[in-house]
Each structure stands twice: as C-alpha cells, then as structure tokens.
Design a protein around this ligand. Structure first.
Ligand SMILES: [Fe+2]
Length: 146
C-alpha cells in the first residue's frame, strides 16, 4: 500500500509550497530523483515553522509526519514511540485525507476502504493504537454505502 501522496492536502503540508508543482501533479510514477525532492517537503515545512519559537513542537510534528511506525519512513527513519505523538496522529489523519480525495495520479477511495487501509498498516506505517482509535472514531460517521 499506501499512502504516499503528492497533492496538496488541507493544511499542514506547507513544505509542499517549495516543491515544484509539476512534480506534485505528475499523473504517473515519479522518478527516484523526483521522489527524493518530494520527501524534502517535511524538512522544508519544519524549517519554516521552526522560525517561530512558539511553533517548535508543531515543527517537529511536521518534520516527522512521514515517519513510519516500523522505522522505514522519512526524513529521519524514526520508529515507534521515537516519533512525536503529534506526528503519529497527523500521519493517520493525513493518510485518510489523501486516500479519500482525488489526486492527479489516482482516484479517491471510499471512507470504508480508507479505514481498512489504515487498519492494515497498523504497526507498519501507523501507530497501531492510533490507527485503531481513528477507525473506531470514524466508524459509523458515514453510511454503510461508503
Ligand atoms: Fe506530507
């Protein structure tokens, strides 16, 4: 799976403003070099927010929102509880947002499918407790036809 998104989401990915739009909106597969450029958005966003002392904690959440619970994420390869809580929460929410909205390179999936994907990555991409809590919280918020 899963989430690996390039489009603009609804808020936190301010670092994407520094990534060329042609790369973010590429409909096909990215080259390795393009993907490496996209990965920098987490660092760029954190650097921008770190300019404001009161946003230090938020800058860490932005820097680490693409870390994976299993340690295979970026930019620092943190794993498990090394990843700040806020970043682990953002990772789940961001993935849901990315999956349930159309992107230039793929169509949105249903609410139900997105929750299945998130639960499927519990302990891999996501903190398993947070993935379960997120799914439980959002279960029943949509009709069974989703
Ligand atoms: Fe991101």
């Amino acid at each position: 799976m899963l989430v690996y998104h390039r489009g603009y989401s609804n808020g936190i990915d301010i670092g994407k403003t520094l990534i060329p739009k042609e790369i973010l909106n590429t409909p096909g597969r990215l080259t390795l070099e393009e993907y490496e450029q996209i990965k920098l958005h987490a660092v760029y966003g954190a650097q921008a927010l770190a300019q404001v002392k009161a946003l230090h904690e938020i800058s860490l959440a932005v820097r680490h929102h693409h870390e994976r619970f299993d340690g295979s994420g970026y930019p620092d390869g943190l794993r498990g509880m090394e990843i700040p809580l806020m970043a682990r929460i953002i990772a789940v929410c961001d993935a849901y947002d990315a999956m349930t909205n159309d992107r230039p390179y793929r169509r949105a999936v249903s609410h139900h499918r997105a929750l299945q994907e998130i639960l499927g990555e519990a302990g891999g991409q996501f903190d398993p407790d947070l993935a379960a809590a997120f799914a439980a919280l959002l279960s029943g918020e949509h009709s069974s036809t989703d």
